[in-house]
Design a protein around this ligand. Sequence first.
Ligand code: ADP
Ligand code: ASP
Ligand code: MG
Length: 809
Amino acid sequence: MKVLKFGGSSVGSADSIRNVKRIVESQTEPVIVVVSALGGITDKLIRTSQLAVAGDVAYLTEYAEMAERHHAMIHAVIPEGAARQRLILEVDRMLEELRSIYQGVYLIRDLSPKTQATIVSYGERISSHIVATLIDGAQWYDSRQFIKTEVKGGRSLLASELTNQLVRQTWNSLPPISLVPGFISTDAESGEVTNLGRGGSDYTASIIAAALDATSLEIWTDVDGFMTADPRVISSAYVIPELSYIEAMELCNFGAKVVYPPTIYPVCVKNIPIRIRNTFNPDAPGTVIKKEVADDSRLIKGISSIKGSTLITVAGLSMVGVIGVNRRIFSVLAENGISVFMVSQASSENSTSIGVRDQDAAAACRVLNDEFAKEIETGAMFPMQAEGGLATVAVVGENMKHTPGIAGKLFGTLGRSGISVIACAQGASETNISFVVDSKYLRKTLNVIHDAFFLSEYQVLNLFLCGVGTVGKSLIGQIASQQEKLMREQGLKLNVVGLASSRRAIFDREGLDLNRYRELLQSAPESNVRRLHDEVIGMNIFNSVFVDCTASPEVAALYHDFLEHNVNIVAANKIAASSDYANYHELKAIAQRRGVKFLFETNVGAGLPIIRTINDLIHSGDKILRIEAVLSGTLNFIFNKISADVPFSQTVHMAKDEGYSEPDPRVDLSGTDVIRKLVILAREAGYQLEQSDVEASLFIPDAFFKGDVETFWQSLPSLDDEFEKRRARLESEGKCWRFVAKYEDGHARVALAEIPKGHPFYGLEGSNNIVMLTTERYREYPMLIQGYGAGASVTAAGVFADIMSIANI
Ligand code: ADP
Ligand code: ASP
Ligand code: MG
């Protein structure tokens, strides 16, 4: 025989309850079916009693809703006829009893634990009658007759021996289908109604299965099985096919709600397998929990967590080497019915930290302070310190045994994500490492660990894309077209979780559909830099990258806080890297300290691998002696176009029309852009340089840089004659103009240079860039990097490459 337990959601709606009927009626051996209350009813029974005891008449409405929900269910699933009539009579009788109890509570304003237990028992009592009527041939049993509890340490606990005996008596002959309400029980002595605790129907089923030596215990719920993590928190959690009892016990004890923790023990002792199945998807194989599982190479099986943990620190100098302090701590807590789910002791032995649930914290401090009152008075021990607002996470798996490096990987992963571990403990059995973090980091903690240990077959990067100008747009297009291939071939999931233009922003943890980014942005709420800052930090999402495709100083000013919150930065925006050296240096230092990246390859030479090359040279021990470069696509275009037929002023217009120059071309003509780039290169080469240290020789009179753009365009042709004269001379000498940036021996300079034929810069075409690096290794023949130095798509590709390099850490 088997025991099948159906939880609240399995009996929560007409459709699901029909699934239950199908599943039960298709069984080929005798079954005992245990059911919970209709989904949500236990909570509602409790809430209603609280309203009643508070004297709030709203309890009547809540009660009426509950009565209506049961009636509606009966009408939906039980066909008209005598059976339905009998059921309605029975249910109405129980509902009437319930109403009177509520009325009593309301009038007397008293809700004893006994009354509360009676009230909640109606959930299972009613649901089990409905299901028993629905399933053909089901025989109803009253669990209050055979599930017995006794009071120990102020709590009602199972009276196992008596219960086992009564269960066996009850089923000395076994009908094909028995139906039992879960959760409820009675006190062995007084016969008063009690229960097995929230979620206790699982336990009822396990107790019966163990007492009757069932072949298996099936727990039917609303998920496909026991999953690697809570699927409500980790959307990529997946079903674990097999778990050992120990693993399941550890996961349940630490909050995996799918099985009520005491459930495992009775069936484990009898070596009866537990299967977790989905009522809504009966074809799914589910999870089997048993003694030994097939060899599985996964180091860890699952992660679970308990929110609302408090850490109590028992500390004092007298504890050192004193035998018995720990015994006293645990005895006094146990005597007071306080359960401890984690203990960590410093090896110096002068402090022990214990993890308890928030609701037990005050009592735990009180009893410990009483227990150690004498020691505290003499100053040998300190009063208890409690730190609340914490969460405890457990990483579980039997394969962790004797596998070195798991704790290292675990804590390394947390560190890189900016999560500090407040306390940790590893059981000697090595099937569980548990640790405490600040509650606000819980979601992120679970995500990073899940990502690091379970999803090694694919990795996720969560991107915030800021700026939808030409580069931003092009990047969005490139990511959208590569997403699927990257997932398939590289196992990399690029999840765009935020998208911002200068006026609007949209965020979604689960990822935005880039093919619809225009619509999404259009209907997105208005935004500003402050909101961007708060959202990115507030989302607190793991493996995140902020991608800046703007030219905005305000956006660049956000990097500091983002890096401090372990958000990687990829910037096409040059402002930060070329700002004050102190700021540049600080950003790099934060990134290094936090274990995240601050990348800005496209600040110089668009997608050309210039900064990366300089970094590689330096890291491999080379020294950059001289940098000479043509770094302005716009200026190179202008000096390549200028000819006897095309005067200077016209080339400036052409550069603008082709989209090379800034809207105000003076930003290019003044060399400002080139100065920024040179500063960045020199800094990356290891030199401390400010923009103001760069000497700039301009090729246009100062007056042109003052006043508005209109006047500038009007007066520009006045320079043409002079330019043409100089150009003609240059041509006759076999030379050409290049706007060259140069750094050597602490001197930085940008100037228009006359380049002779044969020099590597001479043949530089179009808007291309070139960088010539003279290093200790590349001294006689310097290293040259050249190619497209401007343009949206190559810049976007460079940004993309930076993003990919973060994925490859
Ligand atoms: P039932 O009403 O069937 O007893 P519960 O709500 O008690 O169902 O438990 C099932 C729920 O447990 C799932 O819907 C899921 O949200 C949650 N859960 C938490 N952790 C896990 C996990 N590791 N695996 C599966 N489900 C989990
Ligand atoms: N109905 C009870 C509860 O909600 C028992 C159970 O569902 O297992 O806690
Ligand atoms: Mg449950």
